[in-house]
Design a protein around this ligand. Structure first.
Ligand code: ADP
Ligand code: MG
Length: 634
């Protein structure tokens, strides 16, 4: 390949600009990123070598070397991992292949602080070298290729880069940073060691640097540190999770999390255990404090890495965690699985099933502990953790009701909702139960698109009047999830918008009687309403659930709600045609007017359409609605 100059993909150019302009406040992270790439490259080699041991060539010990050249003002990070072919150098260092990063670049706002936060979530990776380097030279050869098929890649980090062939005996990659004027700090070995200790101690790969020695000046005065030819390992070089818990500080746990999951923010909680028994594995699992941007993508989910006896196997092993716990990050290292395990094998393995069950229980315990701290925690910070978790991941957790029957009860205890007595999403089902009225036999709830719509729904009127708390549910998944939660701790869950209201013992005999009588005397009007609305309403009946409103819509018991039907339609899915039931408040002035009215038809349709509006829906024919209302106004 002769020398050629190529342009960066537009998004890369954008990212580069951003990296150099927003990350200067924390420049040292470049080293962490480059060491992490070196470590990934060694993981990849180890993995490919499982099937082809010749890839190790004559250097089976994988390692990273950091070399400083003060005269040339360079810092070089060299690994003997998988290396890059010429085409890989062009593709991987010139374009952003990962859709996540591309999406991220598109979200950049230009607000440097906010953008820097975002960058943290994705990890700027290789390009972070340009925070400190005015030019980067990459020299590499892919394992297994002949020495002449090496590649040299050079860029100043602006619009383009150069590539050319290179003869390179050594397998792997050297990243040569030509440090900028203001980045001279990184020519100091102690400074570099310091950063390694801070960010890369847990990397299981040895990181080596040359020993330095004090050399006296010629005339016996002065002197300086000079590098020797002796290399020494400057990190602990053992995988963090393989060390005993007591030897790991909180800072180290947090740093490991930040690096392995590309998150700036510390995790809310973690759990590190060696599980013994018929299946042996180590788990180090983290609950993040912020949701990633692709949280809602159920396909691209898993965040737990699989290792087998310390060898990295795969990044996104879905089989290790149920989908509803896709926000969990961390590592599982199995002692039993074969090294060449495939995704298909994972799906069927009994060991994996045991790991998945054990890890699920572990995560639920962590969440229960956060919930306990919410009430009994020592610091305000501890008390706030569960709320933070729930705001980010509560809706995802609810998917578990339908997905993980075995843990449904534990999950139900972790649920929180807003209610007619609390605007914040903080009421647990147990809290609700503890506040139930004498004689109340169900946990009442309503689902709606927004909190305002839920709170102002006419269906709540009688509950408000009687001082009965109703849970207000506004997550999209609520409606679906509740199909799987018919009761909590022996008390049935009851939608206030489904079926006829049955307040059970909360309604006294006199009220029931009055309602029955009203229904009887109202019957002729009801029959006319049914006839007028036969295309819209599945039924029309008198209700006691309304106090101030003339009418509302409810769903037949067992039917899907109009809200869910609307959601399905919006999502382009087939929804069964639901004809809701129109319930009428026979005491209401407007309803009383019906009987003798000359405009019976119009009033009937207006009643129906208004009930639809009140719950956030739209009349099927808005123009007719307007025409009818206007006719009456005139
Ligand atoms: P990420 O590590 O998240 O994939 P980076 O920006 O850090 O993203 O790196 C981009 C790509 O460049 C890597 O995916 C890899 O293909 C390649 N790369 C970077 N550093 C090395 C290295 N030391 N050895 C081999 N390939 C590398
Ligand atoms: Mg990287």
């Amino acid at each position: 390949m002769s020398k050629q100059t190529l342009s960066f993909q537009a998004e890369v150019a954008q990212l580069l600009h951003l990296v150099t302009h927003s990350l200067y406040s924390n420049p040292e992270i470049f080293l962490r990123e480059l060491i992490s790439n070196a470590s990934d490259a060694c993981d990849k080699l180890r993995f490919e070598a499982l099937n082809d041991a010749t890839l190790y060539e004559d250097a089976p010990n994988l390692e990273v070397r950091l070399a400083i050249d003060k005269a040339a003002r360079t810092l070089t990070i060299t690994d003997n991992g998988i290396g890059l072919s010429q085409q890989e150098a062009i593709d991987n260092l010139g374009t952003i292949a990962k859709s996540g990063t591309r999406e991220f670049v598109n979200k950049l706002s230009g607000d440097q602080k906010a953008d820097a936060q975002l960058i943290g979530q994705f990890g700027v990776g290789f390009y972070s070298g340009f925070i400190v380097a005015e030019r980067i030279t990459v020299e590499s050869r892919r394992a297994g290729l002949p020495a002449e098929q090496g590649v040299r890649w050079i860029s100043g980090g602006t619009g383009d880069f150069e590539v050319e062939s290179l003869t390179r005996a050594q397998r792997g990659t050297s990243i040569i940073l030509h440090l900028r004027e203001d980045a001279g700090d990184y020519l100091n070995a102690w400074k570099v060691r310091d950063i390694v200790a801070k960010y890369s101690d847990h990397i299981s790969l040895p990181i080596l640097m040359q020993k330095e020695e004090w050399k006296e000046g010629e005339d016996g005065k002065g002197g300086q540190m000079v590098t020797t030819d002796e290399w020494e390992t400057v990190n602990k070089a053992s995988a963090l999770w393989s060390r005993p818990r007591k030897d790991i500080s909180d800072e180290q746990y947090i740093e490991f999390y930040k690096q392995s999951s590309h998150d700036f923010e510390p995790p809310l909680a973690w759990s590190h255990n060696r599980v013994e028994g018929s299946t042996e594995y180590t788990q180090l699992l983290y609950i993040p404090s912020k949701a990633p941007m692709d949280l809602w993508n159920r396909d691209k989910a898993a965040g737990v890495k699989l290792y087998v006896k310390r060898v990295f196997i795969m990044d996104d092993a879905e089989a290790l965690m149920p989908v509803y716990l896709r926000f969990v990050r961390g590592v599982i290292d199995s002692a039993d699985l074969p090294l060449n395990v495939s995704r298909e094998l994972l799906q069927e393995s009994r060991d994996v099933k045991a790991i998945r069950e054990g890890s699920t229980k572990r995560v639920l315990s962590m969440l229960e502990e956060l919930a306990r701290q919410e009430k009994e925690g020592e610091s305000d910070e501890d008390k706030a953790k569960f709320g933070k978790f729930y705001a980010e991941f509560g809706a995802v957790l609810k998917e578990g009701l339908g997905e993980d029957f075995g843990n449904r009860e534990r999950l139900a205890k972790l649920l929180r909702y807003a209610s007619t007595s609390s605007d914040t999403v903080s009421v647990s089902l147990a809290d609700y139960k503890a506040r139930m009225k004498e004689g109340q036999e169900a946990i009442y709830y309503i689902t709606a698109d927004t909190l305002a719509a839920a709170k102002n729904s006419p269906q709540l009127e009688v509950f408000r009047k009687k001082g009965i708390e109703v849970l207000l549910m506004t997550d999209r998944v609520d409606e679906w999830a509740l199909n799987y939660l018919s009761e909590f701790d022996g008390t049935p869950m009851q939608s206030v918008a489904k079926g006829a209201v049955d307040l059970g013992k909360l309604q006294d005999e006199a009220e029931k009687k009055a309602a029955e009588e009203a229904a009887e005397s109202f019957k002729p009007v009801l029959d006319r309403l049914k006839e007028a609305l036969k295309d819209k309403a599945g039924d029309v009946r008198v209700t006691t659930r309304l106090v101030d409103s003339p009418a509302c819509l409810v769903v037949q018991d067992g039917g899907i709600s109009t809200q869910l039907a609307r959601m399905l339609k919006q999502a382009g899915q087939a929804a069964p045609e639901v004809k809701p039931v129109l319930e009428i408040n026979a005491q209401h002035a407007l309803v009383r007017k019906l009987e003798g009215s000359d405009h019976f038809e119009d009033l009937a349709h207006i009643l129906f359409d208004q009930a639809l509006l009140a719950e956030g829906g739209l009349p099927a024919d808005p123009a007719s609605y307007v025409r009818r209302v206007n006719a009456l106004l005139v």
